[in-house]
Design a protein around this ligand. Structure first.
Ligand code: C2E
Ligand code: CA
Ligand code: CA
Ligand code: CA
Length: 275
């Protein structure tokens, strides 16, 4: 098999071979998952804290594995990146998210997560363009979420691609803000439309003064740079109250709703999720 990974059969530490076999099996399953239509997008609402209105949904991939059941993206996205499947999976996510979002009301946006590796292939801009034209979704309704890790690589080419995407009219969000490093210099390098404050800061908002200070600083920063801010991982009414008091505009988290299948979007739109 030409796809045999580096050193696949090289280490024979006890227990390792079983672990590697399982991984190898998952890899083979992953290669078939797209044609077998085993992927699905779930959608988690983003709400405007002041108006309680849903302003968009983040698309989150799910893998309905034939025998393992639902496999988390935390388990298979990095595998997909390692074995070269992320480009085709990423293209499927873009196409599907745009197609589904095109059926929603005009003012509702859709956010799609991008892997740094999707920037390496050179075809990301084409994939975005074809997802938009096939679905007829307005570019302004598509938000692409990238992480700080992306900007560690190949900065010039990455920046050029981000600018090409921006020129299409799509919005670019910085995801998991504050978890990488040199975050501030990235904000200067590229004008993001939105900063998503990582849930690790939101989690300890009520208990740790430091978290409040960080959240406040990020929101000020966003405001000063003309970027909107979204707080991720809001789980309690207390966290939401803190965020509201500090002037945070958008929130996302289990308190509002967990990610749900596309078929639940209409219901979420018509139900008051916050009260
Ligand atoms: P992320 O982009 O930071 O997405 C948010 C994750 O937090 C989601 O996990 C979501 O279900 C979870 N979450 C939402 N609200 C809460 C909350 O209140 N509390 C807690 N504890 N968690 C919350 P999920 O769906 O398991 O996705 C995990 C990660 O997998 C995502 O993190 C993203 O990095 C990656 N991912 C998901 N879908 C895609 C995709 O289509 N493409 C790529 N490249 N990565 C994806
Ligand atoms: Ca995200
Ligand atoms: Ca995030
Ligand atoms: Ca994340």
């Amino acid at each position: 098999a030409k796809t045999e990974g580096r050193g696949t059969l090289r280490f024979f530490e006890p227990g390792m071979d079983a672990q590697m076999l399982a991984r190898r099996e998952l890899e083979l399953d992953l290669r078939r998952a797209l044609v077998n239509r085993e992927f699905e997008l779930y959608y988690q609402p983003l709400v405007n804290i002041d108006s309680d209105a849903i302003c968009g949904f983040e698309a989150l991939i799910r893998w309905n594995h034939p025998t393992r059941g639902m496999v988390s993206p935390v388990e298979f996205i990095s595998l997909a990146e390692e074995v070269g499947e992320i480009e085709s999976i990423g293209a499927w996510v873009l196409k599907t998210a745009c197609r589904e979002a095109a059926t929603w009301p005009e003012e509702i946006k859709v956010a799609v997560n991008l892997s740094p590796l999707q920037f390496r292939s050179g075809s990301l801009v084409l994939h975005v363009m074809s997802a938009l034209s096939a679905s007829r979704l307005k570019a302004e309704r598509l938000e692409l979420e990238i992480t700080e890790g992306l900007l560690l690589q190949d900065t010039e080419a990455t920046l050029a691609t981000l600018h090409q995407l921006r020129d299409l009219g799509v919005r670019i969000s910085m995801d998991d803000f504050g978890t990488g490093y040199s975050s501030l210099s990235y904000l200067r390098k590229f004008p993001f439309d939105k900063i998503k404050i990582d849930r690790s800061f939101v989690r300890d908002l009520a208990e740790t003064d430091g978290c409040m200070a960080i959240v406040r600083a990020v929101m000020d920063l966003g405001y000063g740079l003309g970027m909107s801010t979204t707080a991720e991982g809001v789980e309690t009414a207390e966290q939401l109250a803190h965020l509201k008091r500090e002037g945070c505009v958008e929130a996302q988290g289990y308190l509002i709703s967990p990610p749900r299948p596309a078929s639940a979007v209409a219901e979420m739109l018509f139900t008051q999720l916050l009260s």
